[in-house]
Design a protein around this ligand. Structure first.
Ligand SMILES: C[S@@+](CC[C@H](N)C(=O)[O-])C[C@H]1O[C@@H](n2cnc3c(N)ncnc32)[C@H](O)[C@@H]1O
Length: 204
């Protein structure tokens, strides 16, 4: 089975190697947006919705007949279905094609090196207080979700001692035509238009 990263969304940012296996796949699995962007006639497809066990059992059944290509957003190695696939299938059965992570893309848009940054996810989880602790000069890039958004995370960080005037960048719809990047402060982010699907970068 091939797990292919498809980057932040715009097909221009998918590796040619991933595009090739996606195009040649007999069985293609992915989110509805990815399938409508990349699936071609004649492919057997399965849409990834909330029900991960159903996706896994579809793959288990489909791969007895032909190889399966699974598309995941961003990079497969960073909070994707790859985790669940590794629990269900032998490692030797998995071949991974990397993609550009939304976090990597956000740092590129901000022209900000990420070698010193901490990368955390609030997508369906909450990092520990220790991971979120303030230190002058600290940079954190974070994934968000509907509960932990570009408004609620800045409030949490300020409650934890981050200064109100620490820089913050809200990076939403990355790579799409309506990409929206707002450079502000933590206090500003807490009152800006709320983004639930974005990368939030804070600079202490
Ligand atoms: C399940 S995680 C997947 C992360 C993915 N594997 C990666 O490397 O980017 C989904 C989260 O990624 C972020 N994300 C994915 N695509 C994005 C985009 N185009 N613009 C902004 N954030 C994005 C959002 O925080 C979203 O809630």
């Amino acid at each position: 089975m091939i797990v292919a990263g498809i980057g932040p969304g715009n097909p221009d940012y998918v590796l040619p190697a991933a595009l090739r296996v996606i195009r040649e796949a007999k069985v293609l699995v992915g989110g509805s947006r990815a399938l409508s962007d990349f699936a071609v006639d004649g492919q057997r497809t399965m849409t990834i919705r909330g029900d991960i066990p159903a996706v896994l059992s579809f793959i288990r059944e489909a791969r007895t007949e032909s190889d399966v290509v699974v598309m995941v957003s961003g990079d497969p190695g960073y909070y994707s279905l790859l985790d669940a696939l590794r629990r269900d299938f032998d490692e030797e059965l998995l071949s991974v094609i990397p993609g550009i992570s939304s976090v990597q893309f956000a740092f590129a848009r901000l022209a900000l090196p990420w070698h010193d940054a901490s990368l955390l996810s609030f997508h369906g989880r909450r990092p520990s207080d220790e991971e979120l602790a303030y230190r002058p000069g600290r940079i954190i890039g974070m994934l968000t979700d509907t509960k932990n958004s570009s408004r609620t995370i800045p409030k949490l960080l300020m409650e934890m001692g981050w200064p109100e005037d620490a820089k913050a960048a809200i990076c939403a719809r990355l790579s799409y035509e309506d990409e929206r990047i707002v450079r502000t402060t933590l206090a500003g982010a807490a009152t800006e238009k709320e983004e639930t699907h974005c990368v939030l970068v804070v600079m202490g």
